[in-house]
Design a protein around this ligand. Structure first.
Ligand code: DX5
Ligand code: ZN
Length: 217
């Protein structure tokens, strides 16, 4: 199974984003955490900064929208050329309609689930999405510990994806380290977001390679 490591720029130096992108040259995509201090109790960046990152980044952008009312705000991220736009199931009014809208605008559509949100209501709708993001921490902050309680949900989602035959990526985000990535990969995840374990390393590009090797087993 192809494995992607998507570093989160939440843990990067926000004053030097362009240089921070160059430090993760071995990454598959850049994970951009958008928070609105409403859906989550933290505020990061919005569309204008995401557009600037998109303009200078040599690797594709993977937006994670932790915002209220994604039905209204998410399409503009797709219009701006971001490769993948993930919104939260808990925040969207019409997830399937929104995913179709994102795809029609040329982006991959991702559906994110908080740790306590069950995946079952979405298992019959997998073909409507390009990616399911199982949050492995409560969204809002980097540097938290991986929640092992989410592993059964990752396993169930993997079984359903394989059973459906749909080309859906299974992403995990939060607390991914060289240790926890092994459990997440065994449970069936194939796209791994890592913030502090990448940007906290002396050489982020090497940290990405090490994570990829660990995930591959
Ligand atoms: C949390 C964010 C994550 C976070 C990951 O709300 O969605 O992307 O930045 O950071 P680490 O890897 O430090 O948990
Ligand atoms: Zn994220």
């Amino acid at each position: 199974m192809r494995c992607c490591i998507n570093p989160s720029i939440l843990s990067a130096d926000f004053v030097n984003l362009q240089a921070e992108l160059e430090r993760i040259s071995t990454a598959d995509a850049v994970h951009v955490d958008v928070m609105d201090n409403h859906f989550v109790p933290n505020l990061t960046l919005g569309l204008p900064i995401a557009q600037r990152i998109q303009a200078v980044s040599p690797i594709p952008l993977d937006a994670h929208l932790m915002i209220a009312d994604p039905d209204r705000w998410a399409p503009a991220y797709a219009d701006s050329g971001l490769a993948s736009v993930t919104f939260h199931a808990e925040a969207a009014t019409a997830p399937v309609k929104l995913a179709r809208e994102l795809r029609a605008r040329g982006a991959k559509a991702g559906l994110a689930l908080r740790p306590a949100t069950p995946v079952e209501p979405y298992l019959d709708l997998l073909s409507e999405f390009d990616m399911i993001l199982v949050m492995t921490v409560e969204p809002g902050f980097g540097g938290q510990s991986f929640l092992d309680v989410t592993l059964p949900k990752i396993r169930r989602t993997r079984e359903a994806i394989d059973g459906s035959g749909a080309a859906v990526q299974l992403q995990v985000d939060g607390g991914v380290t060289e240790e926890t990535i092994v459990r997440a990969a065994e449970a069936g995840a194939n796209v791994f977001v890592a913030g502090s374990s990448v940007y906290g390393a002396p050489d982020p590009a090497q940290a990405i390679d090490r994570l990829r090797n660990r995930a591959a087993g």
